[in-house]
Design a protein around this ligand. Sequence first.
Ligand code: HSE
Length: 419
Amino acid sequence: MKKLRIGICGWGNIATGLYDALQSDLLQQLDDLNISIDCIGARRDNPICDYGDIPVFRDIFDIPDQDVDVVVELIGGVEVARELILKAINNGKHIITANKAVIFHHGDEIFQAARDNEVQVLIEASVCAGTPVVKLIKNELAGNNISKVSGMLNGTSNFILSSMEEGMDFDEALSIAKKEGYAEPDPSFDIDGMDAAHKIGILSHLAYGSSLPPKEFYIEGISNISTLDFKYASINNLALKHLAVAKMREGSVEMRVHPVFLDKKSSLASLHGVRNGIEIDTDLVGKVYLAGSGAGRESTASGLISDLIAIGRSLDNNTAVISHSLNVAIKDFDLAVFKYYFYLEVSNEPDIANAINSCFADNNVSVENFLQEDATKDQQVVIMITTGLVNEKNAQVLLDALSCSSFVTSVRLIRIEAN
Ligand code: HSE
């Protein structure tokens, strides 16, 4: 039986989750592989987990010097993690990481170092935790042309939006997500869309060979969503989700992350709570759909163990599972086309509906649906509008025009994702 000796760097929620999961009977019963934790790099102990007799090094940079096959990087962050990973690669260690930020920012450099040193860097847990989208794109769908990858890639955002749909307020939902270990140590990465951006950047690299880091692309989070948006969604049979998209169009990639309305009957719309869902449009197998828990210690442990088993089983035949970037461009977001939802708060003036409609017409944006709420006590009226198809640039020009008009107190938009 092959023995796989690993050193774990980091001893937080994710690392201790991996330790606990590795004790399972299921793994003890693998008849071709024995995974052994030979050392741990941790600045301090963690009261939630006792590591028994395993040697512990207080300097994580000692771990790549130990006699192990794999360094499992679970310290998070970017620059120190990069340094640690590169040291381990240069020492001939295989790498497993759940760290999407370091792969997003330094993936090209890390994968190149891995090729130079003939070691593997496996990153299943970095995108959607244990939901196996990385291997799905990299291996099982390798014979397909992929035209679009889209999904809810941030468990915290999906948890918050589904909780708000059920009437909970934003702050309460966020505090539960923190308590359950879904949110990042700095939750602004979740709610500002950065975490989902890291993940779609990685998936775009796997599907299309875009670089890591990618060129700049559009990123918007969920902090401006209000309860009235859910009312609009319900009236129009839509679901409000936070979506990350990488789509191949005429040789370049349209990459974007933002809230969208989805048809309530679509597969992604039905996913609630911390679940992640991904749709992959392919030429040979059509639409492939995958869903699972996308955050938390158990789900991440599942992704890490799948990489440990992949490395352990490949060591005999030295199959490298690493990739390199191609020179693929990122499409100008101004050219992306959507139907839009405009949410406006306006002063309750006579003929306000005509004034708003004129503003849309003057900017060549057609109105498909117009919904006006009753005036509030302070004479404000909420108007919710669905437009026809229009490109992002025109929508932004209209948004600016509305923001500047004297009768509009506040205005924002949400894109409606086509099926
Ligand atoms: N904070 C992340 C999320 C954790 O909520 O999806 C998993 O990457």
